[in-house]
Write a protein that binds this ligand. Structure first.
Ligand code: 0O2
Length: 267
């Protein structure tokens, strides 16, 4: 057995050949890890920014209109594994810029609304904000999928201010009613239970359930509109003012008059 050589075949010292490549690999791995962390964080920050916007709308609505069109909000970030799987499945280039450009649902937010008109109202309020750019919209409420799926999908871009750059980041926002959400979660469970091969009878049952959910949405909104109409006729207490936790008190007449004087009527 020969002693291990410290020379490569071409006579170059082994140490100098191995050390630089190991060091450069470690440096490259550190840089990649940093970039990956930044990449994932940018989606978390974009989600946080959008959630703040949504919560502002929710709170303002509740305070001004005594009613919130938003029932529930949830969010999720795709895992790095989920991102890679989708990139491979769709044949996207496996590098961060390619993934950023092609996978637009890494950050996802779901907004559940009370009524169908609220889904569009929320869409308009978010889309109308200066720093939100709607890149793409799919309206599965006006045009439900063949299986009955209903939801309003927006892909928006929002700027995220990092330490060394401003990064436009995409977020998928799904907006739907409680009934649509109920249907979608059940359908999702069934789809996975049968591994995508759902029996025809169940597919038909689901489609009928989607129709029933839609009829319920329409009926509930009609009832709600009637209640709102009744409330506007019976406007007793409209001159009362209330802050959180305090009992309602009448508006001081002087304050009301000065507000009316300073008020600019919309053109
Ligand atoms: P997950 O785990 O919820 O994120 P894409 O594949 O996303 O690039 P696609 O499928 O054309 O493009 O987008 P689409 O139609 O806007 O759907 C995106 C998401 O909507 C899906 O994400 C689901 O969350 C939801 N969705 C769409 N169709 C259905 C449906 O028939 N049933 C249910 N329950 N949900 C649906 P993912 O990536 O499939 O999954």
């Amino acid at each position: 057995m020969t002693a291990p050589s410290d020379q490569l075949d071409d006579g170059a010292p082994l140490v100098s050949a191995v050390v630089p490549s190991t060091v450069s690999t470690i440096v490259a791995m550190r840089e990649l890890k940093l970039e990956l962390t930044r990449f994932m964080m940018s989606y978390k920050f974009a989600t946080d920014e959008m959630l703040t916007k949504i919560n502002i709308l929710k709170e303002e609505f509740s305070a001004i209109h005594d009613y919130s069109p938003i029932e529930h909000v949830s969010s999720r970030l795709k895992s790095p594994e989920g991102i890679l799987k989708k990139a491979v499945r769709k044949g996207f280039p496996l590098e961060l810029t390619g993934i950023r450009d092609n996978i637009q649902d890494i950050a996802g937010i779901r907004i559940t609304c009370s009524f169908i008109s609220d889904t569009y109202r929320i869409r308009d309020l978010l889309a109308g904000q200066r720093d939100v750019t709607v890149l793409h919209e799919k309206d599965y409420i006006h045009a439900p999928k063949a299986n009955g799926y209903q939801s309003l999908h927006l892909i928006v871009a929002i700027p995220v201010f990092m330490t060394d750059r401003v990064q436009p980041v995409t977020v998928e926002i799904q907006i739907r009613t409680i009934a649509m959400d109920f249907w979608a979660s059940l359908e999702h469970k069934i789809y996975y239970k049968y591994n995508g091969a759902v029996p025809d009878t169940l597919v038909e049952d689901l489609r009928q359930a989607a129709d029933a959910a839609n009829r319920l949405d329409v009926k509930m909104e009609l009832l709600h509109d009637q209640v709102v109409e009744l409330e506007s006729v019976d406007a007793d207490g409209a001159d009362l003012f209330s802050f959180d936790g305090l009992p309602p008190f009448p508006l001081p007449r002087g304050l009301l008059e000065s507000f009316m004087r300073g008020r600019v009527e919309p053109e």
